[in-house]
Design a protein around this ligand. Structure first.
Ligand SMILES: Cc1cc2nc3c(=O)[nH]c(=O)nc-3n(C[C@H](O)[C@H](O)[C@H](O)COP(=O)(O)OP(=O)(O)OC[C@H]3O[C@@H](n4cnc5c(N)ncnc54)[C@H](O)[C@@H]3O)c2cc1C
Length: 369
């Protein structure tokens, strides 16, 4: 979010400095890893509209930078009668209804249609979100860093912000070795926001209602001899959000297998089922996996979802401050929104407002006095 803010802010600001406590994309940050889902299949039309707009900005960025940042393999939401007998009330069916109403390209499949199009799955209903897929994290990081270099944006790694004070005309940002004076500050410290807020002089005991959730996810060895069926040319991103499962195809050259993990959308109650681990999902819905073999990737274990008490992002001016804009609480679903969030933060900081309706995200909603 910090790099993306700098990307958008560079059109309006002469001097930008990014301060990172560790290194960009380090293994404990939420931005670690190789892929993230990019999809429009929310149940709330507001988030679907935002996701579609953010996707438009990703495409704009791909055109401007001439880099491939999105793997456009689509996103397939599935449902199985054995697990969710009423298919019409499944996440897949409801999301399809929402996307269709908003005019987004999506296709429904029944058991037979799904089997002939995507024989990798065992399910009775599916909806394909066409304008979806996964973000290519290594390419995105490289593109944003190249842009920062080209724009003379200063990036200070291994530098921790320890104190922030606001004056009449801007902010003073302290690190152990240096104090920076800036006209505006974009605060995007991810799940560490509540550690950083006390560093703001005068804010007292202000805390944001965030809960960290460490998801269970892993890569799995694709069925031997049929590996091609599980790469991103043949398999879309997939999800069965009634049971909280999602997955990514193999991103050849970058990921070692099919990714399967857990994510419970904030606005949907999961059903009680036997699917408790990625392995259970594979056994129930990906019959081609005769053997389910996890590829351990322990270096990404620190990554967490930052869930917000009222299930809305936290994005807007920091209450009580005139020169600080906050972006946090991305609920484990923030990456796809990064260009939009970066653009909004840059507009708020440098243009005094934004063209987007972000009232539900106002950080002030958590401040009583
Ligand atoms: C396992 C997993 C899967 C996910 N899957 C998806 C998905 O499929 N699709 C999707 O859209 N989203 C997904 N997300 C969510 C998405 O990745 C995050 O919302 C997004 O990466 C958040 O970025 P960020 O910049 O806010 O946080 P981060 O990447 O964590 O960056 C915050 C940075 O601030 C630095 N920092 C903190 N405090 C200080 C300080 N005092 N001084 C200096 N620096 C500081 C940290 O070191 C860190 O590098 C997933 C998240 C996880 C964990």
């Amino acid at each position: 979010m910090g790099l993306m803010t700098a990307y958008h802010a560079s059109a309006f600001a002469r001097k930008i400095t990014i301060i990172e406590r560790k290194s960009i994309g380090h293994v404990l940050s939420s931005t670690a890893g190789e892929t993230r889902s990019i999809r429009n299949d929310y149940l709330d039309p507001f988030y679907t509209r935002l996701a579609a707009e953010s996707r438009r900005l990703w495409d704009e960025m791909q055109r401007t930078t001439r880099r491939k940042l999105i793997v456009n393999c689509g996103c397939l939401n599935i449902a199985s009668r054995a697990i969710t007998p009423d298919l019409t009330t499944t996440y897949a069916a409801l999301a399809h209804k929402n996307m269709s109403a908003l005019g987004l390209a999506c296709t429904e499949f029944d058991t037979v249609g799904l089997h002939s199009t995507y024989p990798q799955f065992k399910a009775d209903y599916a909806s394909l979100d066409h304008y979806a897929g996964m973000t290519a994290l290594p390419a995105i990081r490289a593109t944003l860093l190249a842009h920062a270099r080209a724009q003379n944006i200063e990036i200070l790694e291994n530098t921790e912000v320890t104190n922030i004070t606001e004056g009449e005309n801007g902010v003073h940002v302290e690190t152990p070795g240096q104090t920076f004076t800036a006209r505006k500050l974009a605060l995007t410290p991810g799940r560490w926001i509540n550690e950083l807020l006390p560093a703001l002089t005068g804010i007292g005991a202000y805390r944001l209602p965030l809960t960290m959730v460490k998801p269970d996810w892993a890569y799995f060895v694709a069925p031997v001899g049929r590996e091609h069926m599980y790469d991103s040319d043949h398999l879309p991103v997939f999800a069965y959000l009634d049971v909280g499962a999602y997955g990514h195809p193999v991103y050849v050259g970058y990921t070692p297998g099919v990714k399967v993990g857990f994510y419970h959308p904030a606005d949907f109650d999961p059903v009680t089922s036997k699917i408790q681990r990625p392995e259970d999902f594979i056994k129930a819905c990906l019959p081609g996996f005769k053997k389910v073999q996890r590829i351990e990737k322990r270096d990404l274990e620190g990554c967490s979802y930052d869930m917000v008490q009222d299930d809305q992002f936290i994005l807007g001016p920091l209450p009580g401050y005139r020169h600080i804009v906050l972006g946090s609480g991305w609920r484990g679903t923030g990456f796809k929104f990064a260009p939009l969030a970066g653009k909004i933060i840059a507009q708020l900081a440098l243009q005094g407002g934004t063209i987007y309706d972000i009232r539900p995200f106002d950080p002030a909603r958590f401040v009583r006095s």
